[in-house]
Ligand binder design. Structure first.
Ligand SMILES: Cc1cc2nc3c(=O)[nH]c(=O)nc-3n(C[C@H](O)[C@H](O)[C@H](O)COP(=O)(O)OP(=O)(O)OC[C@H]3O[C@@H](n4cnc5c(N)ncnc54)[C@H](O)[C@@H]3O)c2cc1C
Length: 373
């Protein structure tokens, strides 16, 4: 990173610490709004590079400033996985919502997964049927980040019974509509700061303007949302990784074992060097993706590189966390020691935004191999 960018990231770290001061026990929406007041959800337009790169660097700075990994994840997921592709799709429903979303007043979620089908979207059961010029939505989405507290959802539903690339459509749904109900938060183990849950749609009436794009264009929109997510979502972890690296270095310098600092052991020093390398590689890959988005390349053309970035960074995040866990000793497995290692967060990254093994299959298919999911 050049000096300007370092100053820039440090400025965002300062923004996080002052926005979140005194809010450590506040609920998710209060902390969300406090961070959104910085303008991060509107996209950072006064930085030294493009808006995607600078927003990513701002989120990295928010993480370095102490924003929890769950909150960093939720910000990154909504900004890049929902707002950016919807802005590119340019629907009327999004135009009406975008201002409130960018201010942090309206919280969105991305409702794709169902209990009966996660990896395979074309197997989804949720359906939207035409009625009175609009649609009637019926079904259940599950394991959706922010579902218990969100205001609106981007919902993918079947508008054709056949299993074809045009069977799905996408809708923007107001979650206060009649017929929508939400589960209690699921007791999840990863990224615990942001709730996850299910949404039931019981004959929910939708106007024609709530369709995003054309009928049957849901899978195409999903290719766009997943390219953004796979390319940039793991950016949420860059700030928290920096904090873990700094703390672990400090611990290895301070902790005395065998009559010398732990960091004087070549094996300990080697693990720390590996952690720095894993973080460097992850930053390099994700910021390279951000530059590609800034240069205006269409998301669908970046699908394969986004998949490779997601696989690489999620697996580097796990290796990085394993090194941190080994070096923290017992403190890695006890809360609030300053060295607690979130191995579950790192493992979850191999599952969301497309399980890594299925992404490997799609990369291999791009290479020309006759392999299907
Ligand atoms: C922290 C977190 C946040 C999430 N947030 C959201 C959200 O906001 N919105 C949303 O819609 N969903 C969300 N999800 C759900 C996520 O998208 C799904 O978990 C994912 O799509 C996989 O679906 P599944 O868990 O049902 O796995 P399944 O489809 O049941 O597959 C199980 C595992 O088997 C493997 N597998 C299955 N089939 C194959 C195959 N043919 N080849 C190789 N391997 C295979 C994969 O490794 C997969 O992980 C989230 C998940 C997590 C962990």
């Amino acid at each position: 990173m050049n000096t300007g960018a370092t100053d820039f990231t440090a400025r965002w770290a300062g923004i996080a610490s002052s926005a979140l001061a005194g809010l450590s026990t506040a609920d998710f929406r209060t902390r969300w709004k406090a961070l959104a007041d910085s303008g991060v959800l509107a996209g950072v337009r006064d930085g030294p590079r493009g808006v995607v790169t600078d927003t990513l660097a701002a989120i990295e700075g928010l993480g370095i400033g102490g924003t929890s990994p769950g909150l960093c994840y939720a910000l990154t997921s909504q900004h890049f996985g929902v707002q950016s592709p919807l802005r590119a799709a340019g629907s009327a429903a999004w135009a009406a919502l975008s201002e409130g979303v960018e201010r942090g007043d309206t919280l969105m979620c991305h409702a794709l997964t169902e209990e009966g089908g996660g990896s395979d979207p074309l197997s989804m059961a949720t359906r939207a049927e035409p009625a009175n010029g609009g649609w009637v939505l019926t079904g259940r989405k599950a394991f959706v980040t922010a579902a218990p507290i969100a205001d609106h959802a981007l919902v993918f539903a079947r508008t054709d019974v056949e299993r074809t690339p045009f069977a799905l459509s996408a809708f923007l749904v107001d979650l206060s509509s009649a017929g929508v109900s939400r589960s209690e938060p699921f007791p999840k183990k990863a990224l615990t700061d942001v709730p996850m849950g299910a949404i039931d749609f019981d004959s929910v009436r939708l106007g024609p303007e709530q369709l995003v794009g054309r009928e049957g264009a849901g899978l195409a929109l999903l290719t766009t949302t997943t390219s953004w997510e796979r390319g940039l979502l793991l950016g949420y972890a860059l700030g928290p990784m920096r904090l873990v690296l700094d703390r672990t270095v400090e611990w290895a310098r301070r902790r005395k074992q065998f009559g010398r600092p732990m960091g004087a052991s070549h094996l300990v020093a080697g693990r720390l060097a590996d952690m720095a390398t894993l973080l460097h590689r992850s930053r390099t890959l994700i910021f390279a993706m951000a530059q590609r988005f800034d240069s205006g390349e269409p998301a669908r053309r970046l699908a394969s590189e986004a998949a490779m970035t997601k696989v690489s960074v999620s697996e580097d995040l796990l290796s990085f966390t394993q090194h941190a866990a080994a070096l923290g000793g017992v403190r890695s497995f006890v809360s609030d020691t300053g060295l607690t290692a979130d191995l579950t967060d790192a493992m979850a990254a191999a599952v969301y935004a497309g399980p890594n093994d299925l992404l490997r299959v799609s990369v291999a298919r791009e290479l020309g191999l006759p392999v299907e999911n």
